[in-house]
Design a binder for this molecule. Structure first.
Ligand code: HEC
Length: 267
């Protein structure tokens, strides 16, 4: 017993020293706590070294005990690792690709737009020549069928549906799901479920919340709001149109059967 107390004290002293040193060196709090825990863990290991030895196992019993020990270790490691799905490298690669793809497409789209503009110019010239021919009194040349149905340059503006789809993608890319449950998926440990947010906040208000999470507070999440749980980083991470897309997506969430908390204006 005296031995246990001695080692506990040593562990606490070393742990506190490490904690202080880590703090002085500017390590984040999690690391300070981790170092402290390592010291305590070390003390426990030393206590166990002095513990009375267990009765030795032999034969089949020993084999079974070893296998059971091995299975438990495997289960703990595998379960621990699979708790962090976002660290799957394939996942990360996919996300990077998703961020890059629109940029690539945008530059390709730029080229396409230039070509369309040029085609339009040519068409206008052709029309001017036709008009002149008509004025001169020549026969009107019959237009080949179907040409006026395909009007270059008149590409339709991106449909609202596209914007919502883009916004859904942003939901995944920015990992809002880590804290917010949506469609029954994602972590709801830290933030409210958002399935009905479209009925509670206007697009303008949603934009405010994303740009400045302190601007609104979900009712009943006072503690999380005070602790600034929702990150204040999206205004740096996201481009304007990405935020608009995300807002468009959130505005479509109108599932009244989910109890999304009422937002309260704070700023
Ligand atoms: C690290 C956790 C975390 C992440 C990531 C996060 N949020 Fe939040 N969010 C919260 C918490 C906690 C609250 C409740 C407290 C508050 O209102 O600040 C909240 C509140 C909200 C609300 C208000 C809900 C209501 O009912 O009033 C909206 C809208 C919202 N978040 C949207 C988002 C969007 C969109 C993203 C991704 C760009 C996101 N959040 C990412 C933690 C998070």
């Amino acid at each position: 017993m005296g031995n246990v107390i001695k080692k506990s004290v040593a562990g606490l002293v070393v742990g506190t020293a490490l904690f202080g040193a880590a703090k002085a060196l500017g390590f984040p709090l999690v690391f300070q706590i981790m170092f402290f825990c390592y010291a305590i863990l070390g003390a426990v290991v030393f206590m166990m070294l002095d513990a009375p030895s267990v009765k030795p196992l032999y034969g089949a019993k020993a084999v079974v005990a070893l296998v059971v020990f091995y299975v438990i270790l495997c289960a703990v490691y595998i379960a621990g690792a699979s708790l962090w799905p976002q660290y799957d490298p394939e996942d990360e690669k996919g996300k990077i690709e998703k961020i890059l793809a629109p940029k690539r497409k945008a530059s390709e789209q730029g080229k396409a737009e230039e070509l369309i503009a040029r085609a339009k110019e040519l068409e206008e010239k052709a029309e001017a020549i036709m008009a002149r021919l008509k004025a001169v009194g020549g026969e009107t040349i019959a237009e080949p069928p179907g040409t006026d149905s395909v009007k270059p340059g008149a590409a339709p503006p991106a449909a609202a549906g596209d914007l919502v789809a883009l916004g859904k993608e942003q939901w995944e890319l920015q990992e809002c799901y880590n804290c917010h449950k949506l469609f029954g998926q994602g972590g709801k440990k830290r933030g409210p479920e958002l399935d009905n947010i479209g009925n509670l906040m206007t697009p303008e208000q949603l934009k405010q919340k994303i740009l400045d999470p302190q601007s609104w507070m979900a009712e009943g999440f006072e503690k999380e709001y005070e602790k600034k749980k929702m990150p204040d980083k999206y205004k740096e991470l996201m481009e304007d149109r990405e935020i608009d897309a995300l807002v468009a997506f959130l505005a479509t969430l109108k599932n009244t059967s989910v109890n999304t908390p009422r937002p309260i204006k704070k700023k």
